[in-house]
Design a protein around this ligand. Structure first.
Ligand code: JHZ
Length: 409
């Protein structure tokens, strides 16, 4: 298959025993928004199959789409989501307060996107972003965040270390699920880190996906659905230590992992591992059973939307997220159901959603064109969005929150 290869071995431990636990069929790329001219051209579609490694417990996609295709022409910017910016500002302040000791210290961010996190601390230490996305890195540079426009790798880590010196902190948020050669990337982090440096990364937690989150977090960009078990297996194998773990309320719940080349593990690490065992995250049957939940979710949401349409209700979408595109494509919800989707990202406005071809428009549209119902595709920011849209809700507009269970608020 062009631009895609099948994964035959586990990315962490190399095992060839990778039972399939979920099959979402064939899907377009979740962030490949289309311009008007491309609507008639055939969109590339790739299998979306999830496998589980019973040896190191890594949940991983069965097919890997080329990174160039996924990330070069990328539309996702951190700064479009105010709650995300606030979250990263807090993390940046923690890094500057707890780890940076001198203005000469280096903080490197892998997957630095539009420079949101590093711009917060760029006057307190040396910062360096690394990101392959074309337009997005231009945004970072415009904010005076020095950025290497490339994919991070062990090779790049060596050249960064020889040019800039060792890093006091390496930070990587929402990117450690995205890179195929994960052993190469983590060993690159080890190369780049100072001996007493701290590696801090956030990655969506598979425990959240199975419980409070949604299956819609599964798409080609996310090659891995990490547990602390899988992360620890990888770090252990490279001689690194998980120092601490905490859950942060981002994308549902993400793990923020603190790791280094030495030191101890906190009590929280063992507690978290025990919790994962109790939840069944080390058993393949847990993931197989998850598919039943997806089908019941589909029946409820599709049933509700068709009933509302039959009653002549106007429905639009809110937040043209990547996860939203998984949901729309898998549930076959198209422009016959949603008139349009609003989104705060200037790069997405004026485009059409991959696969379903629903127009993406500026949020202003919703003010003049009051719908009856809004399908919240960025359900991970539900609290902040309900607060932001309280005037609309006072006018009687209802939000439909699609996952993990359909709710109208
Ligand atoms: P959001 C991204 O997924 C992509 P997505 C990526 N691959 C990844 O790993 C995950 O994050 C973790 C808009 N919005 O953050 C902005 C509004 O319109 O849920 C975004 O386009 N109004 C890196 O795309 C989208 O919604 C608002 O008030 O699923 C949210 O995307 C807010 C708050 C957001 O991630």
């Amino acid at each position: 298959m062009e631009n895609c290869h099948k994964k035959l071995n586990c990315s962490i431990c190399g095992s060839a025993d990778l039972p399939e636990v979920l099959d979402l069929g064939v899907m377009p790329l979740a962030n490949a928004f289309l311009d008007k001219e491309s609507l008639d051209t055939e969109e590339p579609q790739f299998p979306l199959v999830v496998n589980f490694c019973p040896n190191c417990f890594l949940v991983q996609l069965g097919h890997v789409v080329d990174g160039e295709l996924l990330f070069k022409n990328y539309h996702y910017t951190t700064s479009a989501s105010a709650p995300l910016v606030q979250h990263f500002n807090k993390l940046a302040d923690e890094i500057a307060g707890d780890y940076v000791k001198s203005p000469d210290d280096l903080v490197v961010e892998i997957g630095s996107n539009d420079g949101s996190l590093l711009s917060r601390i760029k006057d307190r230490c040396r910062v360096l972003g690394i990101d392959p996305a074309d337009k997005i890195t231009e945004l970072a540079v415009a904010r005076h965040v020095p950025t290497i426009h490339d994919f991070f790798s062990a090779k790049l880590a060596e050249s960064v270390r020889s040019e800039f010196g060792p890093a006091r902190v390496v930070v990587a948020n929402n990117v450690m699920a995205h890179i195929d050669d994960i052993r190469d990337v983590f060993s690159g982090v080890k190369t780049l880190l100072a001996d007493d440096g701290q590696f801090i990364f956030e990655v969506h937690w598979v425990g959240n996906l199975l419980t409070e989150g949604g299956f819609d977090q599964i798409y080609h960009e996310h090659l891995y659905y990490h547990s602390l078990h899988s992360v620890k297996a990888l770090l252990d194998s490279l001689g690194m230590v998980v120092n601490d773990i905490r859950l942060v309320p981002i994308h549902g719940e993400s793990m923020r992992v603190y790791a280094s080349k030495s030191g101890e593990s906190s009590v929280a690490v063992q507690d978290f591992l025990n919790r994962e065992i109790e939840m069944g995250l080390t058993e393949s049957s847990t993931y197989v059973n998850f598919s039943k939940k997806i089908e019941s979710n589909k029946a409820k949401l599709v049933g509700l939307l068709s009933e509302l349409k039959a009653r002549g209700k106007k429905i639009v979408g809110y937040g043209a997220s990547a996860k939203g595109n998984t949901l729309l494509n898998y549930f076959h919800i198209g422009s016959d159901v949603l008139d349009y989707i609003t989104d705060t990202t200037p790069l997405k406005q004026g485009t059409y959603t991959p696969g379903t071809h629903i127009p993406v428009v500026s949020p202003e549209k919703i003010i003049t064109d009051t719908p009856d119902y809004i399908l919240l595709l960025s359900w991970n920011y539900a609290d902040a969005i309900m607060e932001k849209e309280k005037d609309l809700r006072r006018q009687g507009v209802k939000f439909i929150i699609p996952v993990p269970d359909v709710r109208i608020v």
